[in-house]
Design a binder for this molecule. Sequence first.
Ligand code: TTP
Ligand code: MG
Length: 375
Amino acid sequence: MPRIILHLDMDAFFAAIEERDTPAFRGAPLVVGADPMGGKGRGVAATSNYLARAYGIHSATPISTAWRLSEAARRAGKPPVTFVSVDMKKYARVSGKVMRIVRCFIPRVEQASIDEAYGEVSWTGSYEEAERLCRRLKVEIHSEEQLTASIGIGPNKLIAKIASGWRKPNGLTVVRKEEAEAFLAPLPIRLIPGIGPKTEDILKAKGIKIVADLRAVALHQLEALLGKRGADFHEKVRARDDSPVEEYSEPKSIGEQETFEVDTLDSHTLLNQLDELVRGVIDRLHHEGFHSFRTVVLTVRFADFVTKSRAHTLAMATDDHATLRREALKLMLPFLDQRENPNRKLIRLLGLRVEKLTNSRLSWSSTPTYSPTFW
Ligand code: TTP
Ligand code: MG
């Protein structure tokens, strides 16, 4: 029986949910993210629908840039972008529903992010059967949630993941084991998971642009260029990946962050913001079914974009609001004075995250919960 793995990724997830819930948003460019404030907004886009992507607006595009692109489109007689704020609770709820549907079809599922999952479907016995299963799964998600997913089917997680992004939106791409190497060969190296902008630059400097170029590099040369990771890429470019679908990948953290409208060192403003973050994190902790946390991480980004995080792990796990507030405050105060901020730099962004979570749901059901953080 061949090994067959699928990867499912929802299309324009946050934006698709907003379009579904607000008919007026449909058919026009939509960005979910920070408030653009007439071009002065300081956060980023979480995502955009496909019409807004045609304007060049994607995940992590600064919201001020998104505004500028929208204005340029408007001046060119095209529809301007509608901006909506992020409603994380809603997206987590929808994610939970989608993942439950996936688990009805597939016994072994690994949730990889808020809108992505791997499934082990070798038991279907053939690529044809796996494809049939995926068609039914897509129809079910659409009829239950009015959302579309793209799915890739392949001999391992690596190929399935790349295949799911192949024909988005609403795609279904099957890459059989014997086709996998040829499928990868012409792709830009950036599509190989693990190759980020820095690695891409190192390789491009050597004239390596597509997977076929990378495949031509000997193992010892790759190791010389990229260290230990070289061996990993040596396998990947040959379409080899034996990592298992891990059903109970533990959720890592829950975090919230806020960019200030104006950089600040005003303790009142910072405290108010910290209180809001504490409330948001505790709300999500409970909402997403967690029992407690042990580690508190505070992140400060200064006006010059230098970013520092400080963490503290408690002796005992808790879900207590006052404890989180006290610990977060202890971590923040040094940033207001000499200890962590000798030059009195203004603060641009404050983030709060809890880790080492325990999941009460796991004690009475086998449904794992995933919690995303995006910073
Ligand atoms: P993605 O699956 O990367 O993006 P997407 O679902 O919006 O679009 P695609 O059709 O290309 O899959 O991420 C899922 C959601 O996660 C996305 O809707 C918003 C959120 N997200 C962020 O908040 N910040 C980010 O930088 C990224 C990449 C995603
Ligand atoms: Mg997606």
